[in-house]
Design a protein around this ligand. Structure first.
Ligand code: ADP
Ligand code: MG
Length: 340
């Protein structure tokens, strides 16, 4: 049996990278274990002026609940990384370097320093409209271009088992179990989204997975990418603006405005399909489902306290019997409830 490689034992990692020819045989190497993610080990390795980031998928995720996932998902991420480089504007994702199926590793270039995690910046300063526009444009571009290549991408990214096990089960099903009043709404949404195969769906489109370098957004963390329902990405991402509007009352107006700016820029980049029947209404319903999931699912927003979670839950339970028909309407409805 092969000895298991743990990349956080950095001497072993450096030996492995040298064996693959990814580092020069000699010369000092600096390693830093990067914190932040819950589902991977992540280590930055620097030699001379080049930095790599190595990711290794964990079989048990670092959350309070027991949550297991197949470490082979890192290879889905590697595939996603390579395809995203072709489907998004230059520099939108780190460059792919290597992958190892034996130890479930992915190697990519590091986003250069200085950079900052966008979630951290949003919580500190509120939203910068230029960043919000970039975030909308990037998603709209990904959806538009992948829709145009549906024939091929549906084959390559058609397996949705990671979306089921990392999103529908732990976020949606779990929230529905804990909130019986939302069960019918969520069950219906799950059934609907399972039947839709329109675009690539990133599946983890969150400010936490975005680094800002030199004013540009760089997207990370593609292990849930699949061919499916674009409105899941919209709902998943919009949830972060609403959650922060709740958590940061001083910035509330700006976060609610960011919702409209994001949607406008997304629709412009996504083209006419964004105006198609039902798409915006479905995005609203995914936003409501994700807002509930980020309170009652397996991965709650860690910056919300119990009181804030209760408010977010109540807003969702108020709105699901008759969801607003469009995204600006959702921003208004949430805004009124947060104010009241
Ligand atoms: N290419 C990269 N360059 C610089 N930092 C990175 C890179 N990839 C990941 N990181 C850092 O590691 C953290 C976790 O990576 P991520 O891909 O989001 O893994 P997880 O699935 O564990 O959330 C990121 O938030 C970021 O700080
Ligand atoms: Mg992440």
């Amino acid at each position: 049996m092969t000895e298991t490689l743990n990349i956080e034992r950095t001497a072993d990692l450096v030996a492995w990278l040298r064996g693959r020819g990814r580092l020069a045989a000699n010369g000092p190497v600096e390693c830093a274990v990067l914190a932040g993610g819950v589902s991977n080990r992540t280590v930055r390795v620097t030699q001379a002026d080049r930095s790599l980031v190595v990711k290794q998928a964990l079989a048990r995720l670092r959350v309070k609940d027991d949550w297991f996932a197949d470490p082979r998902r890192v290879h889905r991420e590697a595939l996603g990384l390579r395809r995203l480089a072709e489907l998004t504007p230059p520099g939108s994702v780190p460059r792919f370097v290597d992958e190892d199926h034996e130890h479930h590793l992915l190697v990519m270039e590091a986003v250069p320093e200085p950079h900052e995690n966008w979630k951290v910046r949003l919580l500190r300063e509120g939203p910068d409209p230029d960043h919000v526009r970039q975030f909308g444009r990037l998603l709209g571009t990904l959806h538009a271009r992948s829709r145009a290549e549906a024939g091929e991408l549906r084959e390559v990214f058609g397996d949705r088992s990671f979306f089921e096990s990392l999103r529908l089960e732990p976020y949606y099903r779990r929230a529905a179990e804990r909130q019986p009043r939302a069960r019918g709404f969520i069950d219906e949404l799950i059934a609907e989204t399972r039947g839709i195969q329109e675009t690539l769906v990133h599946g983890d489109y969150s400010p936490k997975n975005v680094l800002v370098h030199d004013g540009r957004l760089v997207l990370l963390d593609h292990e849930v990418i699949h061919f499916g329902d674009p409105t899941f990405d919209l709902g998943f991402s919009l949830t972060h603006f609403f959650g922060k509007a709740l958590h940061r009352p001083a910035q509330r107006e700006r976060f609610l405005e960011a919702v409209g700016v994001y949607w406008e820029e997304y629709s412009a980049a996504a083209g006419s399909p964004a105006k198609a029947d039902g798409l915006e209404a479905r995005a609203v319903r995914h936003t409501l489902a994700c807002l509930l999931a980020r309170v009652d699912g397996r991965s709650p927003l860690e910056y919300l306290d119990e009181t804030e979670r209760a408010v977010q839950r109540q807003v969702v339970l108020d709105l699901i019997p008759c969801p607003p028909p469009d995204i600006p309407g959702l921003a208004r409805a949430v805004g009124e409830r947060l104010a009241g």
